[in-house]
Ligand binder design. Structure first.
Ligand code: ATP
Length: 237
């Protein structure tokens, strides 16, 4: 079997002196969608930040496509093809939708899907309708879509998505789930943090369940849906 795109083992992370992650291990295969699940404060966001080099971290293994990320700063990790979409929206409010997309544009990357504004407008039709609109005149959900679309303009091979369904209206949640499925169909690999079992089961192939910074369970989404014990123990129900 070929090596996974992302391999994480023995991941530790700290905020100052607080030891938050203790030995997280996970893989994301090429074209696979993996959901990082767990209750509030379990360490999902911190895991994504640790992969991205945004918190103090140490790992036995932290590799992307055979490349060791463990000592690299965030901008080098981004340049290697990891796109990070944080939970809070990061758009330039004074720029239009189209201008925001241009800010994210990077050269194509071998082995990763190549994105253009037109291709992204096909993926997010509601953004197409407001291509000339400034960020200040967009709803929270629309800003979230634009943050994702702008990250895709960097042509990542791996996307880290933090709580993509959090705080969104049901219609926008469905659009977000459709978008993630289409990203997978394009060949993108995705690691997303998610509290919503229904969103995760709609988009993910596998799940990693964490609690207080430790990996408690890993398996396919189908196995998780069938395992009442794991869901009751580690997920909000
Ligand atoms: P949520 O769904 O609430 O975002 P999460 O699973 O993403 O939960 P994290 O945000 O990764 O959880 O938080 C993990 C732990 O780290 C929690 O105990 C939290 O209080 C703590 N923590 C998070 N951010 C900081 C920070 N900047 N400084 C200190 N502790 C933090």
């Amino acid at each position: 079997m070929s090596e996974a795109l992302l391999t994480v083992d023995g991941l530790q992370a700290w905020y100052g002196r607080a030891h938050i992650l203790d030995g997280i291990a996970l893989t994301v295969g090429r074209g696979e969608v993996v959901a990082l699940m767990g209750r509030n404060g379990a360490g999902k966001t911190t895991t994504l930040k640790a992969i991205m080099g945004l918190v103090e971290r140490r790992a036995a293994t932290l590799r992307l496509d055979g490349c060791d990320l463990s000592a690299l700063p965030t901008h080098r990790i981004a340049r290697l093809g990891v796109g990070y979409v944080p939970e809070d929206r990061r758009i330039f409010a004074d720029l239009t939708v189209e201008e925001n997309l241009e800010v994210g544009r990077q050269p194509p990357r071998p082995g990763a899907p190549v994105w253009t504004p037109e291709k992204l407008f096909a993926l997010f039709p509601n953004l197409a309708e407001m291509r000339g609109r400034r960020g200040t005149r967009m709803s929270g959900g629309e800003q979230q879509m634009l943050t994702l679309a702008r990250t895709l303009m960097g042509n990542p091979s791996l996307l880290l998505l933090d709580e993509p369904s959090e705080g969104l209206a049901p219609l926008i949640v469905r659009q977000m789930a459709d978008a993630v499925r289409r990203l997978k169909a394009e060949g993108l690999s995705v690691l997303l943090s998610e509290q919503s079992l229904s969103f995760a089961s709609a988009v993910a192939d596998r799940a990693c369940v964490i609690e207080t910074g430790r990996l408690r369970w890993t398996g396919t989404m189908t196995e998780l849906m069938a395992d009442d014990g794991v869901r009751a123990a580690y997920l909000a129900v």
